[in-house]
Design a protein around this ligand. Structure first.
Ligand SMILES: [Zn+2]
Length: 339
């Protein structure tokens, strides 16, 4: 193929495999979005085949850096209880296990690439509702956590920060990285911010260890129990672009004042979109792109490597979800394309 001989179009790598597809049948989670994002990026001339790297599945040993042996054993032997399977909200199969091991391998590769290329985007991953010992909310394996622990194990990084902008709180991430070192409750520069909040959100500070977790999410949404992240921003229903971006700016600035990460793991959920079926925030497609640009500009300016995963996205029109995810790649190209 002539495309194989062309120079890459992006100054970073996209991590993707056809096998990212989750075999879950008819489901609100549009698993075909991964392939659609890849196809759109190529057909729109944003990327070509040379911009993509194919990941290998994570090994069981890598999965065990985050998950308990009992849980991994249940997954690999197909012995989840009916209740455990119900809680995961996706139908168990061996193929699904393989897809999640591959998602974790994709995030490991994205983390590794980001350390050399400044940024890398996995066209998948971001399964932030997976806990060490069980899965929840369409998530079996916490791929981002596996990638962080793998990079730490290799001593490629010492610390990491997760920035979770999915509309749902990153409960699995919060539990996995719950540290015992208290941090001061963040005092973000929200004095001016609050003035244009008719229904202010709320920022809470928790604790942290070697991984600092930030989650911006809709308060009145799954999960009901929100275990404390290092910073949680509980956003009110219907919050629009301007207020959202102000909260994001505050949370990120506050986090980076308290913590110096060797790697930023950006969970770029598409579900804060105002037409999302499982979300209740009011962001526009343009607002979501500005969100991505803000995160990338901060990371670029501070020289912090960024790995990106896609997480949720349940727009009424799946093409909108695809657009939002493609815009994340375009935003990265715009910010990291200039040195
Ligand atoms: Zn979500």
């Amino acid at each position: 193929m002539t495309a194989e001989r062309r120079a890459p179009m992006l100054p970073f790598k996209l991590i993707y495999s056809e096998a990212y597809y989750l075999p879950i049948g008819e489901h609100v989670f549009p698993s075909e979005k991964y392939r659609r994002v890849r196809d759109r990026l190529i057909s729109a001339g944003i990327a070509d085949a040379n911009d993509f790297l194919e990941p290998q599945p994570a090994s069981d040993q890598e999965i065990l850096l985050v998950h308990t042996p009992e849980y991994v054993q249940k997954l690999t032997s197909g012995t989840l209880s009916p209740r455990e399977e119900m809680e995961m909200e996706i139908p168990y199969s061996r193929d699904l296990v393989e897809a999640f091991w591959l998602a974790a391998g994709g995030s490991i590769l994205a983390a590794r690439q980001s350390l050399s290329d400044r940024i890398s985007i996995s066209i998948g991953g971001g399964f932030h509702h997976a806990f060490p010992d069980h899965g929840e909310g369409f998530c079996m394996i916490q791929d981002v956590a596996v990638a962080i622990r793998r990079m730490q194990r290799e001593e490629k990084i010492r610390t990491a920060m997760t920035l979770d902008c999915d509309v749902h709180q990153g409960n699995g991430t919060a539990v996995i990285f719950a540290g015992n070192r208290p941090v001061s409750v963040p005092q973000p520069s929200v004095a001016g911010l609050r003035q244009h909040h008719t229904r202010p959100g709320r920022m809470r500070g928790g604790s942290t260890g070697d991984v600092f977790t930030i989650s911006l999410h809709q308060h009145n949404n799954y999960p009901l129990w929100k275990p404390p992240s290092s910073i949680d921003v509980d956003l009110p229903d219907g919050l629009g672009d301007g207020d959202y971006l102000a909260w994001l700016d505050s949370a990120l600035s506050s986090g980076l004042r308290q913590f110096k990460p060797d790697l930023l793991c950006y969970v770029a959920g598409a579900d804060p979109y105002r037409e999302d079926q499982l979300g209740g925030l009011g962001l526009t497609i343009e607002g979501l792109k500005r969100r991505d640009e803000m995160v990338f500009r901060v990371a670029h300016a501070r020289n912090i490597p960024v790995m990106v995963t896609f997480a949720g996205g349940y727009a009424v029109n799946v093409e909108d979800t695809v657009t939002i995810h493609c815009n994340t790649v375009i935003a990265a190209k715009e910010v990291f394309g200039v040195s």
